[in-house]
Design a binder for this molecule. Structure first.
Ligand code: TXA
Ligand code: MG
Length: 318
């Protein structure tokens, strides 16, 4: 594994190279927002299509304001409470921001990650770092530096920051005004739920509703994502392997001899922290199928982010 320190990471980034950086959610593949070469390298390394916009990472609200074309009191209120932390705020893009970052959209996602090493690195960099998750496009996101190494080998230098605490990507939220009323729309569920964001705004006496968006604004929210190397099947609570094995084999047109029965921990914070690592583990341990039960305990909002990822990672649902 090729690891670098903050000084080396900064030098590489300013030269137009990419560096894997730790965050509290997942490792990111960072490029400097003012380096066209660095931005291009993010897409080529990940084999990511240009229509999927990148999140810009900054270390302070002050920097976010300089990178936003319409920073509102709602952005300010949410950032004050949630940053540094797993919330990406969509704002109007400022003039001159490289369109590679925004996929030509008029908006940009800004996020202040809660990891001491990346915050220190960001504090020494003009502007910010564009960073998608450090995995090949469509594959499972990395929560350990070893995952980044398994994905890219020596090609990508890594700022080692230990295991990611949250484990799934940030909540992505945008702010819109409809009929003179403010509304916060969640485009990607994550650690911060609608109820939590609503409470933050209410506590600050800001009149706004918080909802989950029903249609994606960014083309990056594809149906298939986070996919493991073996099929993942989501089943109902009453699922029985002996009885329903044939049905699965018929539908996937394959026979399975070593299924993994995946039981999520009851605590959603732990489930989210371990999610991607477990997803990778099953394919490495020689299983040929992963089965996971959707239990009624998973209906609470704290599980939305986890099931959003599992639904996109699945091959089949029965
Ligand atoms: O936790 C995270 O957010 C991680 C870490 C590395 O910070 N990053 C991450 O990046 O998840 P990525 O590229 O895997 O996800 C970026 C997603 C896009 O696919 C899109 O859904 C949303 O963020 N996004 C980015 N810019 C947007 C915009 N202008 N409007 C709407 N959604 C946007
Ligand atoms: Mg990703």
């Amino acid at each position: 594994m090729k690891t670098v320190d903050i000084i080396q990471a900064k030098e590489l980034l300013l030269k137009g190279e990419v560096v894997a950086i730790p965050t509290e959610t997942v490792y990111g593949l960072a490029g400097w927002i003012y380096s066209e070469a660095g931005l291009r390298k993010i897409f080529s390394t990940k084999e990511r299509p240009f229509f999927d916009p990148l999140i810009v990472h900054i270390d302070s609200i002050a920097k976010a304001r300089t990178l936003s074309g319409d920073w509102s009191p709602l952005h300010q209120a949410l950032a004050e409470v949630c940053w540094p932390g797993p919330l990406t705020l969509i704002t109007k893009k400022p003039e001159g921001l490289n369109p590679l970052i925004t996929s030509g959209l008029d908006s940009v996602g800004l996020r202040c990650p809660n990891h001491p090493l990346s915050l220190k690195l960001l504090s020494q960099i003009e502007g910010g770092l564009a960073a998608p998750s450090a995995n090949k496009f469509g594959k499972t996101s990395p929560t350990l530096s070893q995952h980044v190494f398994q994905e890219f080998g020596e090609e990508v230098p890594i700022l080692e920051g230990g295991p990611c605490e949250v484990g799934i990507e940030s909540t992505v939220a945008g702010i819109v005004k409809e009929n003179e009323k403010w509304k916060v729309l969640i485009y990607r569920p994550g650690y911060f739920t609608a109820a939590m964001l609503q409470k933050i705004l209410s506590d600050k006496n800001i009149a706004a509703t918080v909802e989950y968006a029903t249609s994606p604004v960014a083309p990056g929210q594809l149906k298939h994502h986070y996919m493991p190397n073996i099929p993942l099947v989501i089943t109902s609570e009453s699922f029985n392997w002996e009885k329903q094995k044939n049905e699965i084999e018929k539908r996937l047109n394959k026979t399975f001899t070593k299924p993994a029965f995946w039981k999520l921990p009851d605590d959603p914070a732990q489930a989210s922290r371990e999610l991607y690592q477990d997803l990778r583990k099953f394919s490495l341990e020689g299983f040929d199928l992963i089965l996971i039960k959707r239990e009624s305990l998973h209906d609470s909002e704290l599980w939305f982010g986890i099931w959003n990822r599992l639904e996109k990672a699945k091959t089949l649902k029965i």
